[in-house]
Design a binder for this molecule. Sequence first.
Ligand SMILES: [Zn+2]
Length: 386
Amino acid sequence: MIDLLWMLLPVAAASGWLAAQHRERQRPTKSSWSPDYFKGLNYLLNEEPDKAIDVFIKLIEVDSDTVETHLALAVLFRRRGEVNRAIRIHQNLIARPSLHPQQRNLALFELGQDYRHAGLLDRAEDLFQELVASETHQVLALRQLLEIYQQEQDWVKAIHTAQQLAKASHESKQIEIAQYYCEQAEVHLRHRSDDAALQAIRHALKNDSNCVRASLLEGQLALSQRNREQAILAFQRVEQQDPDYLTEVIEPLQTCYQALGKQPEFTRYLRHVLKYHGGITPMLMLANLIEQQQGEQQAADFIVKQMHKQPSLRGLDHLLDLALSKTEIITHDHLLLLKEIMRQLLKNKPAYKCRQCGFTARRLHWQCPSCQQWNTLKPIQGIDGE
Ligand SMILES: [Zn+2]
C-alpha cells in the first residue's frame, strides 16, 4: 500500500496541477489547488486508494489536455497487476462523448489490453475486432488478436488474422501461417482425420516451401499409412529445406528403408548426408551399420576417422561402447569410469537452441517457449551437440 502511495503522489500532484491550470484558464484571477486534491491525498494517506482514485479521476476533467494523464495512470495500475483499476479508468474515458475519435481508439486499445491481462479474452477480442476497422489502430489490434488466437489455439482464426496483418503491415507472415497450418495438421492427425491433415500440410508448404515441420508431418502421416516410398520423399525434402534439421529425419528414414528391405540405399543416403552436411547422428547410424556388416574394428576405425574431422562427445561415447565390448579386465574398469563420466556429461544436455533468444531445450519446440517466435529452435551443433 505504501508502494501505491509513492506511485500515486506524483500523478496526484500532476492531476492537481492540471486541474488548477485548467481552472486558471477559465478564471484567471483565482489560482489554487482544488480542495478535492487534498481530499484525494487524504484518502491516500489513510490507505484508501480506491476512494483516492475516484477523487482523482473526477478531479481531472476529461478533455484533450488531461486524457494523457488518465491513460498514464491506468497503465501504471496495469503494470502493477491492478487490472481492475486500469479497466475502471479506461471505461470512464470511453464513456465520455466528447472524446476525440483517435483518443477513443487509444483508450479502447488499452482497455483491450486490460481485458487480456485479466484473462477476459472474449471481451478483449471484441474490442480489438472493433479496432481492426479503425485507421489508427488496425495493425496493433491485429497483432493483439493474433496473440489471443495463438493462446486459444484457434488456428483457423490465427491464419485469417495473420493474412490480414500481412496485408495491413506489409510484413511477411508466411512462416507463421505455415506453422499454424502445421498445428492444424497435428490436431487432425490426433483425430485420425488423415485427409484433412494432408490438406493442412499442403497449405503449410504452399505458404512456406521451406517448412521442415510440414515435411516431417507428411512423412509421419505416410509412414502411419505404410506408404514408405511417399514417406521417404517427404523426409528427404528436409535436406533442401534446411539441412540443420537433418538429424530429425535419420531415424524415421531408417524405419522406412528397413521396412522396404533397402538397407544399401539407406547406407548410401547416410554417406551422402555425412559428406555434404556432417553431423553426429548420421555418423553414428553409419557406424552401427558398419559394425553389423563388417565388425567392431571397422566401426571403431570409422568413428576415429570421423572424429578427427568433427570432435564430438557422442562420438567418443560410442567409441567407448565399442572398446568396452572387447578389452581386458583392468582397462575395462577405467573405461567404465570414463563411460560413466560421459553418461553424466550427456545427460540432460539440451539438444535444441533458439536462434532468437538462446533458450535451450531437450526436445524440439516449433514455437519458442521463451520468446514465442516460430521456427527458431534448431539442433545444437559443436563438440557436445550434433
Ligand atoms: Zn526464443
